[in-house]
Design a protein around this ligand. Sequence first.
Ligand SMILES: *Cc1c(COP(=O)(O)O)cnc(C)c1O
Length: 362
Amino acid sequence: MFKETLAHLRAYDPGPSVEEIKKRYGLERLVKLDSNENVYGASPKVSEAIVKASLLPELYPDCRDSDLRRELAVRLGTREEQFLFGLGLDEMIVLISRALLERGTNIVMAWPTFYEYYCHAQIEGAETKKVPCGKDGRHDLDAMRDAVDSATKVIWICNPNNPTGTYVNDQELAHFVDEIPDDVVIVLDEAYIDFVTASDFPRSLELLKDHPNLLVLRTFSKSYGLASFRIGYAVGQQRLIDEIDKVRPPFNNPRLSQIAAFAALQDQDFMKDCVKKNKDVLEMTTVFLDEKKISYFPTQANFIYVKVDNPKAVAEKCKTKGFLINPFQTGVRITIGKMNDMKELLGILESAISETSAEPSL
Ligand SMILES: *Cc1c(COP(=O)(O)O)cnc(C)c1O
């Protein structure tokens, strides 16, 4: 009855709720460091704007996100026609996949990287070429270029990469986009760009002018702390944006989400303060990990990938002690929490690693 492509997919499993976990393990408090949400919340200007806004529940929202569009165009130095808004980047990934992929086509992406690229290629019946990250956790751009063939429609570059936190630098990216044919769309997922401190991180917007096949994705979910409002966007040349716009449901961004994102943009101080705190806690974290000789990938984001022998067992131990972190195949991804939470977690992590390293993998 259903699309054949769904046969091997599973619906997203959010796991038990925070309340359920607290009850199960008898915890007073559970610190969520598993989804890279902003641990400092959102700007107070957001709630002020929401409280002041007239609800207008009976009206469809502004289909073009006009105010937000105008504001972003000024801030980013682009034209208003260059934006496409989505219900988070999650929806943007759906729209891009829907517009470009079908049976007989393929995507190229790193592995590990953000899972949704793969998921929506599957749904559209496209093949996925997963190119393993190097030992350093970074995208292997040469191998990704070599994986491109005449059926490749989209190359996903997650920069910084989720879950490894590593990045592709400006020279590597410039070289890469020059080598890719114009009929292959290169998507740069920059969900974490505001946290980046590296001076050689690509200025991707500057590449847009010369590359009609480039799309840059950004979201309000992470640095602006608006994950609950589900709003993100793509920037690219108008021709590409207009094509993808054809598959967008017209009223996809709720009015209050548009208002929240607009308000968040007005408080750059709040966002920058979150970024600064993230940097300080991250520094404390890497000093600790270095001292204890626990290996990790250097990160440019608000999370860090720590390499452990038994990721599931380590994550489970941390959970029983009140911290949610995310296990992957070769390590755990930990959102950089608040200073005190992170200090506590690192102690727990250290014992969890030594207690589980002798156990067989789960
Ligand atoms: C969190 C995340 C997203 C999705 O963000 P939303 O805008 O909340 O849907 C997209 N890409 C990456 C790499 C992410 O980590």
